[in-house]
Design a protein around this ligand. Structure first.
Ligand code: UT7
Length: 323
């Protein structure tokens, strides 16, 4: 028998403020046509004065708990992927713990930028497989609007805010690829590429800083590394492209999503795409896509999913799971 981390609930939160591409035309030398054709993005949500990373994460977590039919104290741990925690510390995860009214267990943040949710899933899976937790809330939440340089047209049109969450629960599996739950994970990073995507602030500068990206350089790495990590995770899980019901990719750019699916040998009608509505929400993008994909009726119990992401670090990885 193998202990599997099985999805029991899913939920998301998007701030009410929706900004179309056309809004940027007033302040930047850009067009709706450029943003759509180069990235696939049509609109994104931005945090209002009432939204922070922890409040959005809490809203997504509540939705996931309701979906699972559980209370906060039924959960043993919170693993929150974010690069935009409310404060340097304490962790956004402990803020969520308090906001949920959770009086037991433990909570911590994972910081792997756009790959954060993949890293958080992998950590949560390890907590469950090793018996340290039976139920884990895994959240991705970001307010990238707080680290945008609104004069940099190469970045500020691409990102958005939001949060998504899963409740993972320990369940016995047979140890085969037919089991529900996380079947395999693959994590990678290469710190030599730090200058391609970083924030130019932090405790060393006394400012929170702004996101800086050499977009076309990140693009060069993306398709190859994403397809490679997905294949590694699929090999570990003992599945092939024909077995995959849905790729649920990090939603940064439709051209990266299409290129990766093609390299993986999976047609686009088996890819969950939300980038047009959310933009790039970094660590929130995969749980948002999982929740929206489930709500659309795309993702169903028993489906085989491959999720993959790459971002600052560079850090990248993939998770294969049966929903
Ligand atoms: O999630 C974390 C990982 N991040 C990513 O995966 C992002 C990966 N990169 C990308 O998605 C794409 O590289 C971008 C969407 C950022 C850019 O697309 P691109 O096809 O790589 O364009 P580019 O950076 O090579 O820029 C082409 C041109 C440049 O002008 P010149 O030098 O050719 O005259 C840019 O200055 O487009 C210009 N440009 C813009 N034009 C209008 C850059 N941003 C804009 C803009 N509006 N907003």
């Amino acid at each position: 028998m193998t202990l599997r981390a099985v999805v029991r609930g899913v939920g998301h939160y998007l701030p009410t403020r929706v900004v179309d591409n056309a809004e940027f035309e007033a302040t930047l030398d850009t067009t709706d046509e450029w943003i759509r054709s180069r990235s696939g993005i049509e609109r994104r949500h931005f945090a209002t004065d009432n939204d922070t990373t922890s409040t959005m994460a809490t809203a997504a977590a509540k939705a996931a708990l309701t979906d699972a039919g559980l209370e906060a104290d039924d959960v043993d741990a919170i693993v929150l992927a974010t690069s935009t925690a409310d404060l340097t510390f304490p962790s956004a995860a402990t803020m969520v713990q308090a906001q949920l009214g959770m009086t037991r267990g433990f909570a911590f943040d994972v910081q792997a930028v756009c790959a954060g949710f993949i890293y958080a899933l992998s950590n949560a899976n390890a907590l469950i497989a090793s018996g340290q937790a039976r139920r884990v809330l895994v959240i991705g939440a970001e307010t990238f609007s707080k680290i945008m340089d609104w004069t940099d047209r190469g970045t500020c049109v691409l990102f958005g805010d939001g949060a998504g969450a899963l409740v993972l629960e320990a369940q016995d599996g047979a140890g085969t690829a037919q089991d529900r739950g996380i079947l395999a994970t693959d994590l990678n990073s290469d710190g030599r590429h730090r200058d391609l995507l970083y924030v130019d602030g932090g405790v060393s500068t006394g400012t929170s800083g702004y996101l800086r990206m050499q977009g076309n350089q990140v693009f060069r790495h993306a398709v190859e590394k994403l397809a490679s990590t997905a294949h590694t995770a699929m090999d570990r899980a003992g599945v092939t492209a024909d077995d995959v019901d849905w790729i649920v990719p990090h939603q940064a750019n439709i051209r990266i999503i299409q290129g990766t699916a093609k390299k993986m040998g999976v047609p686009m009608d088996r890819v969950v795409v939300t980038v047009q509505d959310h933009g790039n929400t970094s660590a929130a993008s995969i749980p948002l896509a999982l929740s929206v994909g489930r709500d659309r009726g795309q993702i169903k119990e028993g489906d085989l999913l491959v999720t993959e992401a790459i971002g600052g670090g560079l850090a990248w990885g993939a998770v294969v799971l049966r929903w």
